[in-house]
Design a binder for this molecule. Structure first.
Ligand code: ARG
Length: 561
């Protein structure tokens, strides 16, 4: 239920639309004052009255009912108190009725959102830096679908570039088939590292690599075969990670896919007079926008990352007719996105305004940074496995008689890794710490999962839940919990508006904290009558909502822990 709108519809402010009023309503910092408030200061000019008088006038005409139990005018604010029992009844009923769909909406019906995320590079390992794009993109993908959008998940594979020439050179010099088949991505990565090391003393290797890359481009069968084989190995490897993280895509059209789609873009740029020559290269000058030029073709005629991205954006618009196209990519690429978005705008693509770079910060491990070339890189799957192992140890300590320990450790360990990348504002750099993400206390997925196990245990002991009961007067703690549960849809809506899954992650922690407060301060099972029935229903509803929230993040909830 949208309380702000509900109140707005019943307020009688001349000349103001319900939407405007609804947006003006705020959540007061402390519930003692009210659950919702309308600051009347900005109406003073229009009505030529003091905010205090306006608030008083509005109070007189506001119709109280089962939903809004009281309204007060205080210092220019109109403070509304929700009818606690009414809210509890409506919220619990809605959660019960909608179950796994509670919080969903159809506001996105008929709209398509393209989400470019994860976008791995072929022949390169998945390191912890790819975690954020993958899980943020995945969460947005699910949240959009939950809101009725047609979401298209795109893995814009990095399958184009001179590094493939390097790999082929390295493979021919030092590699062999068995070793790569057996060692998979790690063996390929070793070849890459070896290439860079050898090239330091044998710079001629670079030329050789360029030659092989050209061969790939020209369709040389042997080079293409090796490339395709590396690609297959990479895809097999990343698919395993995607499965662990519950990630899926609708398209794997990568950079190479656009090889034959760039020509028309270059032609159009030329035709529109945007292309200029600079030191042999073809560029679009962006001086007027305080940006360095966007290079479209290098002096040897080769296309660039930006050229392929422009072709990709045009292709996506034509193919999916998106309402928005998101790029979940690290902030290091800010300039790249700003540049090619601008060039598309200059080409007259009015939809360039619908392209959004969803930037996020760096993830590093406590131990320090990493780089592919030097080889001191941290593989994501190692981090996940280590988390699972550690989770298993903790479970062993805390609850050694748990039946499916391994299964639970998997859910808890993987969840901790995912949650660590979703809990903070995405733009912040984060340092990953095993102990922190696996802590039972604090703002972690484990804390939420443990809360759910607690709720599950109460419900199991309770047996069949009573159906017909009257909702009793609510305590503040119960009311706070109900209110939190009722705000789930708003949390998802905030997540989509700001492209920030942390709204959902924080929501879950907040609900868990409020539930625990309720759980420790009040008796549930040993109560009787309506109170027992209500508290059990509240426990069940909490569990359902936490499940739904975590499902959007791609994290499971074990029944017992
Ligand atoms: N593969 C690129 C990288 O790892 C990310 C691609 C992002 N998507 C895009 N359309 N540019 O840096």
């Amino acid at each position: 239920m949208d309380y702000k709108r509900y109140i707005a519809e019943r307020l009688n402010v001349e000349g103001m639309r319900v939407e405007e009023l609804s947006e003006a309503i705020i959540l007061p910092p402390n519930t003692e004052m009210g659950d919702y408030a309308l600051p009347c200061f900005k109406f003073a000019k229009t009505f030529r009255k003091s905010p205090v008088l306006i608030a008083q006038g509005l109070k007189e005409t506001y119709p109280l009912d089962d939903v809004i139990g009281s309204v007060e005018a205080v210092n220019g604010y109109l403070n509304f108190k929700v009818n606690r029992r009414g809210l509890a009844k409506a919220t619990l009923e809605e959660i019960e009725r909608e179950g796994d769909l509670y919080g969903s909406s159809n506001e996105g019906n008929g709209k398509t959102i393209c989400i470019d995320y994860s976008s791995v590079n072929i022949a390169k390992p998945f390191h912890i830096g790819h975690l954020s794009t993958t899980v943020i993109g995945g969460a947005l993908y699910r949240a959009y679908r939950f809101f009725g959008y047609h979401a298209v998940g795109i893995n814009h594979l990095g399958d184009y570039g001179t590094q493939f020439g390097k790999l082929i050179a390295a493979f021919k010099h030092w590699g062999n088939k068995e070793q790569v088949e057996k060692g998979g991505i790690r063996a390929i990565n070793d070849l890459y590292i070896r290439f860079h090391k050898e090239a330091e003393t044998h710079p001629e290797l670079e030329d050789e690599a360029r030659g092989y890359f050209k061969f790939i481009e020209e369709g040389d069968p042997e080079c293409n075969q090796i490339f395709e084989w590396f690609k297959e190995i990479t895809m097999r490897y990343v698919d395993e990670i995607y499965q662990m993280l519950d990630i899926r895509f609708d398209s794997y059209a990568g950079e190479r896919f656009y090889t034959d789609k760039m020509e028309p873009v270059v032609a159009e740029l030329k035709e529109k007079g945007l292309l200029v020559e600079s030191q042999g290269a073809q560029i679009v000058n962006l001086d007027a926008y305080n940006m360095p030029p966007c290079i479209i073709l290098r002096s040897d005629g080769a296309s660039l990352y930006a050229t392929r991205d422009m072709a990709a954006a045009i292709y996506r618009k034509k193919t999916y007719d998106f309402t928005k196209c998101l790029y979940v990519v690290a902030y290091q690429q800010n300039l790249h996105f700003k540049q090619f978005f601008k060039v598309l705008e200059l080409m007259g693509k009015e939809w360039a305004k619908d392209l959004v770079h969803v930037a996020y910060g760096m993830v590093s491990l406590e131990e320090g940074a990493m780089s592919t070339r030097k080889g001191n890189m941290v593989f994501l799957e190692d981090v996940i496995h280590r988390c699972i192992e550690k989770a298993q140890k903790v479970i062993e300590e805390k609850n050694s008689s748990l039946e499916n320990k391994e299964e639970v450790a998997k859910i808890v360990g993987t969840g901790a890794v995912i949650f660590s990348a979703l809990y903070n504002n995405k733009i912040k750099d984060i340092v990953f710490s095993y102990d922190k993400v696996l802590s039972f206390e604090g703002e972690t997925s484990v804390y939420v999962q443990y809360t759910c196990a607690r709720a599950n245990s109460v419900l199991q002991k309770a047996g069949e839940l009573p159906k017909n009961y009257e909702i009793p007067e609510l305590s503040l703690e119960e009311f706070e919990l109900v209110k939190a549960l009722s705000s789930f849809r708003q949390a998802i809506s905030d997540c989509l508006e700001k492209y920030e899954p942390c709204y959902i992650a924080r929501f879950a922690v907040d609900v868990a904290q409020k539930f625990n407060k309720f759980y420790f301060d009040y008796k549930i099972l040993s109560e009787t009558g309506d109170t027992r029935a209500f508290r059990l229903a509240l426990t069940k509803a909490t569990l359902q909502v936490l499940k739904n929230a975590f499902a959007l993040l791609g994290i499971g909830i074990p029944e017992k822990m």
